[in-house]
Design a protein around this ligand. Structure first.
Ligand code: ADP
Ligand code: MG
Length: 371
């Protein structure tokens, strides 16, 4: 019933999407590992809404969150990429783009960005598909010559490390003026090149983590793709695509974490909340954007704000025992996505649109209460 109402209001939704401007938020729910376990996801709407509840308290109030798009457990890598592709095209058109994966450890961030851990080619993630698209789109532009280079870095405990240095892992300082550290840049021209680069990055990442069993969930990994175009006329363009697999967003119990674990957790919490602050400030069109509060936001500065386009994937583990983290991820994502809508609407929204939006909100509330 709700989806029918949504269909009737399709135009409204399209208009609202436009008002959202350059910041998009997609939610992706991974399949449950155990088919008999109950899921905290009650309902996924075609309009990008998701309804969750605490399966341990079946009578509790349902909570509804709204995003640009929600991908359920059955969505394929191809379904996800289809909705991402237009952003990749805009990189070739000269825009800076940042795509990042947020969520607790195990929720599917790496699956979305790289693909399954086993590495099945048919399930390749956004990183590969984006680069393949960049190769093919750029090869069809007749009067422009493109050169594509990549860098790969990791941020761990507020330190940026180059993952493509073959000899040793250097510590890159980044000078605060530029958003990019002085990390090794490798030219790529084919999928094979990209796979090799990613492998090299992963090897270097693993070799620096001997003391910890799962470093990857506690550091941010960033693949930076530089697209240089040179027109026959001599005019040059340069745009960047940042593909970010963030550290796990789970809260670490302060009473349990000590020493290195506590330090890691504090750095992760700080950088993720700085990222949230930056996007919120951008969405509210504040005059001061607090990029400098973390290495992550300093590094991503070029691809957040201005004309840059940003896409965040909020990843959800549907299991009962992840419910608290699910709510926290949905709240973070909602903060990033609706604030801008509010700000944009304040400037542009007509009375008619506001009325329609209220109607939809009421429908949602009615449905949530009835259940
Ligand atoms: P994260 O990077 O957030 O810690 P992973 O991407 O490693 O999580 O996912 C955890 C496990 O779940 C992996 O084994 C991964 O292959 C699997 N997985 C995640 N998302 C999906 C999905 N959409 N479909 C199938 N398997 C998935
Ligand atoms: Mg991961």
């Amino acid at each position: 019933r709700y989806n029918e109402a949504v269909k009737e209001n399709r135009n409204l939704y399209n208009m609202l999407q436009e008002l959202r401007g350059n910041i998009r938020v997609f939610c992706r729910i991974r399949p449950t590992f155990n088919s008999t376990s109950r899921s905290s996801i009650e309902y996924i709407g075609e309009d990008g809404s998701v309804m969750v509840f605490d399966p341990l308290k079946p009578q509790s109030t349902r909570k509804v969150f709204q995003f640009n798009k929600v991908f359920g457990p059955k969505a394929t890598q191809g379904d996800v990429y289809k909705e991402t592709q237009s952003l990749i095209r805009s990189v070739v058109d000269g825009y800076n783009v940042c795509i990042f994966a947020y969520g607790q450890t195990g929720s599917g961030k790496t699956h979305t960005m790289c693909g399954p851990s086993g590495g099945s080619a048919k399930d390749n993630g956004i990183n590969y598909m984006a680069l393949n698209d960049l190769f093919s789109i750029s090869s069809t532009r007749e009067n422009v010559k493109y050169q594509i280079n990549v860098q790969m870095v990791e941020i761990y405990n507020e330190q940026v490390r180059d993952l493509l240095c073959t000899l040793e892992i250097r510590t890159c300082t980044g000078n605060g003026q530029t958003s990019l550290p002085d990390a090794k840049m490798l030219p790529v021209g084919s999928t094979e090149d990209v796979i090799n680069v990613m492998k090299l990055g992963e090897i270097n990442r693993a070799s620096s983590s001997t003391a910890m069993n799962d470093r990857s969930s506690r550091s941010h990994s960033i693949l930076i793709v530089h697209v240089h175009g040179e027109e026959d006329s001599g005019e040059a363009t340069h745009s960047c695509l940042y593909l970010v697999d963030l550290a796990g967003s789970e809260r670490v119990d302060r009473s349990e974490a000590t020493g290195d674990r506590l330090k890691e957790a504090q750095h992760i919490n700080k950088s993720l909340s700085c990222l949230g602050d930056v996007i919120t400030a951008l969405a509210q069109k504040n005059s001061h954007i607090p990029y400098r509060n973390s290495k992550l936001t300093q590094l991503l500065q070029k691809s957040l704000g201005g004309n840059a386009k940003t896409l965040m994937f909020a990843h959800i583990s549907p299991e009962i025992d992840s419910y608290a983290e699910t709510i926290s991820t949905l709240k973070f994502a909602q903060r990033v996505s609706t604030v801008e809508l509010g700000a944009a609407c304040a400037n542009k929204e007509s009375n008619e649109m506001r009325d329609l939006k209220n109607q939809i909100d009421n429908l949602k509330k009615a449905l949530a209460i009835k259940e």
